[in-house]
Design a protein around this ligand. Structure first.
Ligand code: SAM
Length: 371
């Protein structure tokens, strides 16, 4: 059901992008195939919106919570067969808050809000902190806090949609360590964020429909790196690449001082960020890296990679720029020549052997992107 009662600003503050019905159905189907005796569990959606998941679980036992009173009012009309609580699921939230016992068999299901409260995108309309969050689950992203709140309720399974970046970016995985210590991924499907209405006007990012099971085994970061991810259109991909961070620094260093003749490059984040940001720059700022000129070819590589991002599937959006180093080194002068053509001011600052055989670059990316 499409969200109707909030403004765009309110939606952004609370991460209120309701889930398309086809993903609600898909996640429930995944629960049914992965959980023996799925009908014996209580299902909790602690950020239920209008109750799309709860209604689709009929006739099973369900509980819905939402901080938004109007959403709960609508949910009560839309699907009266569920219990509802108008509460903040990130503060003082326990099984007691929803009258559940420790022994009740529980599955948490849903699509929590995700909004990175430190991200620069949309900062002008985003509140720094949209609701009170308990200290032990407070992070820079509401969705990460939600996953940590699930962990505290100790459900048997967690069936949830979340950005794949929560799992594959090491800094996010580290924030989620208490969660991954107790929950292991047992099934998944990757979908494109562009399929959610009103989000991702730019290039989409990958969202995972995940089924996690309570487990005594830790779900380690090395397990994530070993995964073969499957998308809704049956493509598969993994993270076993060689990345640019293995060759150059992606961030500015406090210790390097700028001198005349230095070459500057914009801070690098993931591939989607590179798609939006600049590469070689002429002015010094907090975001400029003073590059090691011995590594100029690798910076030119990133600069030229940017021009080929549109050929890359959305699911690589949260990865770092990747590289086939041996193939690249054979044609590095072509990459430098291409960059100098794009940024003519570079020519006087670096030395290289000109090579304009740009077909070599196209062939390189065809092979790298397996097209
Ligand atoms: C992405 S929407 C999902 C709604 C619904 N589960 C669906 O998929 O259609 C997120 C919901 O989380 C709610 N929400 C945001 N912060 C919350 C909080 N701290 N506690 C409970 N609900 C919250 C919002 O009001 C919104 O309805």
């Amino acid at each position: 059901m499409v969200q109707q009662h909030l403004s765009y600003k309110e939606m952004t503050d609370f991460g209120c992008f309701y889930t398309p019905q086809k993903f609600v159905d898909k996640l429930i189907e995944m629960v049914k195939t992965n959980v023996d005796g799925y009908a014996e569990y209580t299902y909790l959606d602690s950020s239920c919106g209008y109750g799309a998941f709860l209604k689709s679980l009929y006739p099973l036992r369900t509980i819905g919570c939402d901080i938004d009173e109007k959403a709960i009012e609508k949910a009560e009309k839309f699907y009266p067969n569920s219990k509802y609580y108008n509460l903040n699921a990130l503060s003082g939230f326990t099984r007691d808050s929803i009258n559940l016992n420790d022994s009740d068999k529980l599955i948490i299901i849903g699509n929590p809000p995700y909004n990175d409260t430190t991200s620069r995108v949309k900062n002008d309309i985003k509140k720094a902190e949209p609701c009170v969050i308990d200290d032990d689950i407070k992070t820079r992203d509401l969705g990460i806090s939600f996953l940590l709140s699930y962990n505290k309720l100790k459900p048997d399974y967690i069936a949830v949609l979340h950005p794949l970046s929560y799992m594959i970016k090491k800094a996010n995985y580290d924030l989620l360590k208490p969660f991954y210590n107790n929950y292991t991924l047992i099934d998944h499907c990757i979908v494109n964020s562009q399929e959610f209405s009103m989000t991702s006007k730019s290039k989409g990012f990958p969202i995972i429909l995940a089924i996690y099971k309570k487990s005594k085994n830790v779900f380690k970061y090395s397990d994530v790196l070993g995964l073969n991810f499957i998308t809704s259109d049956n493509k598969s991909f993994n993270l076993k690449h060689d990345y640019i961070r293995n060759y150059i620094s992606k961030y500015p260093s406090k210790y390097k001082k700028y001198t005349d003749g230095d070459v500057l490059f914009f801070t690098m984040r993931d591939i989607n960020a590179l798609n939006r940001s600049r590469t070689f720059i002429e002015e010094l700022s907090d975001n400029s890296i003073i590059i090691d000129k011995n590594k100029i070819a690798y910076y030119c590589y990133v600069d030229v990679f940017k021009d080929h991002i549109d050929k890359l599937p959305y699911y690589y959006g949260n990865c770092d720029v990747f590289i086939n180093n041996s193939d690249f080194l054979r044609i590095k002068d072509v990459f430098i020549t291409k960059s100098v053509q794009k940024h003519p001011w570079l020519k006087s600052k670096i030395s290289y052997n000109e090579n304009t055989d740009f077909d070599l670059i196209d062939n390189y990316f065809k092979k790298l992107f397996q097209m």
